[in-house]
Every structure is written in structure tokens, then in C-alpha cells.
Design a protein around this ligand. Structure first.
Ligand SMILES: [Zn+2]
Length: 382
């Protein structure tokens, strides 16, 4: 912390993560702080001590949404929700659409006037802005959310005009972060809709004779306690990363976590202000890293080695290399580099590749092979 509060010293995101991870995870969720405190003074992300893997995963997704989200797996009280909410202290500003349908100037520039809704076509023609600068936000799925809240679709009062469909939570999450706590307890139709919208980047709602398409490009963060139920393998595979979150093992770390949590609870303003300088460095670096990651390259030889590793592990899903390569690029960007190294791949392998293998599929193909051999034998007599 002394090192971090010196305004003369500049840090890369990777260095910030390493310094902060000398400390252990805070179990402040155990203290049941009033939610208003958490809203006005979110717990500073880099004050979360230890839990390097969880912090690394969350940070890399923020830098590169192409990774495809993260699933945090662990028992209650291990700080999963605290860590996700702490991301609020790092979120950058971006141009955001002012329209229900998510129309932007960029869409007009790329696809012409037909790419946006009629209202926005008119606004654009009159030189009015379609977007305004706003901070990326954290949208939390309420525990009792219904399909209609998530997708939207209720008609809005338009005073005699044709029906307009109201957008849902998935559209509110567009270009933001969508956090689903206890994702393994969600009804199947809900999780399927969310994952489909996340994969496509948009979704369609039809009511009566009206239909509308809403953008839904969000960073998906889920958490689950495996004691409370499993998640289908095909859903596990949809998360770019899977992080195992364990309670603190070292007594000294636990004491540090308790002391931090107690001082945050006593005076959240004072506690968060101690971290203000770190927060400012991190916000600036994240904006730079988000821009840099688009220019980071992965040498072909490294990519080929990585793909043979995936094959050796018996991983079928193509999502494995997408999330792994995008994660390695994000890590290189956090370290102010423009090329992925073997170390970047090693540092991101576990979180991207674990829980990808499917024993069912492996057995299925092995059994199927004997039928193929039989068929080949029969056909050779033709
Ligand atoms: Zn519009």
C-alpha cells in the first residue's frame, strides 16, 4: 500500500495486480455491510488482497470483452460477489447510445442510415448526437428475475403511435457487465436466453405484430456454489474462463482481510480515499490497455503449439482457444506489450482450459469408432 500511494510511481496493470496480490482476499461479504455503502463507496478492487486468479480473470475480461466472460466457482463467503462489485471502481467511460435500440453514430458510419432506427435517422440528419459519454456499468440480474424482465417486450405508451417494445435487462447490459449470482440455480429458459443473447450480441423480441431487435454485447460474469447444484457442461463451456475461488488458507491473510473489512465498514469514505490514487492509475491504464489489446498479435508458432496442447488435453470446444488466445493478448496489453509470449499463454492456461473436457463426448466418439471400423470392413467387400 505504501508503494501504491506514492504519486511519483507509475504502474502497469500487471504490476498493480502483482502488488495487490501479495495481500489476501477480503471476506468483507461476511460483514453484511448496508448496500448503500457498497453503492456509494464500492470496495476498491486492488484492496481485495490475494485471490490473484479471480482478480486476473476479472481484469482481463474488462480489458478484452472478446474473452467471453468468467464463471467464479466457490463456496459462500469467499468474496466472489465483493470482487465483482469492486470492479465498479475500475470501469472506464465509453460513448453510449441514447436510444432503446442501441443505435450509434458508428453504426451509421459503417452501415448507412438503414443501420439505425427511424427516430435516430432523423436525429442524425438534424446533427443531434446519438450517443453520450458514460461509464460502463455493472448490471446485476435480480434473483427472482422473470423472462419478461430479462428480454423485455412489454409495449410502451406511445400515444396513438404504433406499438414500441420495451427493452429488457439484457439490453440494459449492452456494452456493460452482466453479473449473475448463483447462475446454477437459474431456470433453464432464462439461462438459455441469456447465453444466446451473449453469444449473438443481440436478441429479438416479438409481441403481436411487432418485433424489435436489441443489442446485447456484454461481459458475462457468473458465480456459483457447487454445493448447491451442478451446471450443465454445455453451459460451463460458454464461459470464457472458470476460476476456482477458495477461502483464505493463511491465518495472517485472514487477519489482514478482517482488519481491512472492519476499517471499511467503520468509515467507507476514509478507507476508499486511501485507495483513490491506485484507482485513478488503474482507470487510466485500463483505457490504454483496452485500446492496445486490439493491436496485440499472437505469433503463429506459439498459436500452433497452443492448439496442439489443447488437442493433447482432449478438449473439443473451439471456445477453448478463443478465450485462451484473447486472454493472453489481454495480459500482454496489461504488461504494455504488443506481442503475446509463451509466458502469457502459461499464465492464462488454467483459467481458460479447465473444465472443458467432456468424458461423455470422449466415450461417445470412442464407442462410435468401432461402428465406423465395422462399416469400413463391410464396405471394402463391395
Ligand atoms: Zn435508435
Amino acid at each position: 500500500m505504501d508503494e501504491l500511494s506514492d504519486p511519483q510511481i507509475r504502474f502497469t496493470l500487471k504490476e498493480l495486480l502483482n502488488i495487490a496480490s501479495g495481500r489476501s482476499a477480503s471476506n468483507i461479504s461476511d460483514l453484511r455491510q448496508p448496500s448503500a455503502i457498497a453503492e456509494h463507496f464500492p470496495y476498491p478492487f486492488f484492496a481485495l488482497v490475494g485471490q490473484r486468479e479471480m482478480k486476473l480473470a476479472l481484469l482481463l475480461n474488462l480489458v478484452n470483452p472478446g474473452i467471453g466472460g468468467v464463471l467464479l466457482i466457490g463456496s459462500r463467503g469467499t468474496g466472489k460477489t465483493t470482487a465483482v462489485r469492486a470492479l465498479q471502481t475500475l470501469l472506464p467511460q465509453e460513448p453510449r447510445s441514447l436510444c432503446y435500440y442501441g443505435c450509434t453514430e458508428q453504426e451509421v458510419e459503417q452501415g448507412g442510415m438503414d443501420a439505425v432506427c427511424p427516430a435516430c435517422t432523423k436525429k442524425y440528419g438534424q446533427g443531434e448526437p446519438l450517443t453520450a459519454l458514460a461509464r460502463v456499468s455493472l448490471v446485476e440480474l435480480p434473483l427472482n428475475a422473470q423472462l419478461a424482465d430479462v428480454l423485455g417486450g412489454r409495449e410502451m405508451e406511445t400515444g396513438g403511435q404504433p406499438y414500441t417494445l420495451r427493452s429488457g435487462l439484457l439490453h440494459q447490459a449492452d456494452r456493460n457487465i452482466l453479473y449473475i449470482d448463483e447462475v446454477n440455480l437459474l431456470p433453464q429458459d432464462l439461462i438459455d436466453s441469456i447465453l444466446d443473447a451473449a453469444a449473438q450480441g443481440f436478441y429479438q423480441v416479438r409481441r403481436h405484430h411487432t418485433s424489435a431487435t436489441f443489442n446485447s454485447r456484454f461481459i458475462l460474469i457468473g458465480s456459483m456454489n457447487p454445493e448447491e447444484g451442478a451446471l450443465r457442461p454445455q453451459i460451463l463451456d460458454r464461459f470464457g474462463m472458470r476460476v476456482f475461488v477458495r477461502g483464505l488458507q493463511n491465518p495472517q491473510d485472514r487477519l489482514q482481510a478482517y482488519t481491512d473489512a472492519a476499517s471499511y465498514y467503520l468509515n467507507p469514505r476514509e478507507f476508499t480515499s486511501r485507495w483513490q490514487h491506485t484507482v485513478e492509475i488503474a482507470q487510466t491504464e485500463i483505457v490504454i490497455a483496452r485500446d492496445r489489446v486490439r493491436r496485440v498479435s499472437l505469433p503463429n508458432s506459439l498459436a500452433q503449439q497452443a492448439i496442439s496442447t489443447i488437442s493433447q488435453l482432449g478438449v473439443e470446444s473451439l471456445r477453448a482457444e478463443i478465450s485462451w488466445f484473447e486472454s493472453a493478448k489481454a495480459l500482454a496489453a496489461c504488461d504494455e506489450r504488443l506481442e503475446v509470449t509463451a509466458q502469457d499463454l502459461r499464465d492464462t492456461a488454467n483459467i481458460c482450459l479447465r473444465l472443458r473436457r467432456s468424458p461423455f463426448i470422449q466415450n461417445y466418439f470412442a464407442n462410435q469408432q468401432s461402428e465406423e471400423d465395422e462399416l469400413a470392413g463391410a464396405l471394402s467387400a463391395l
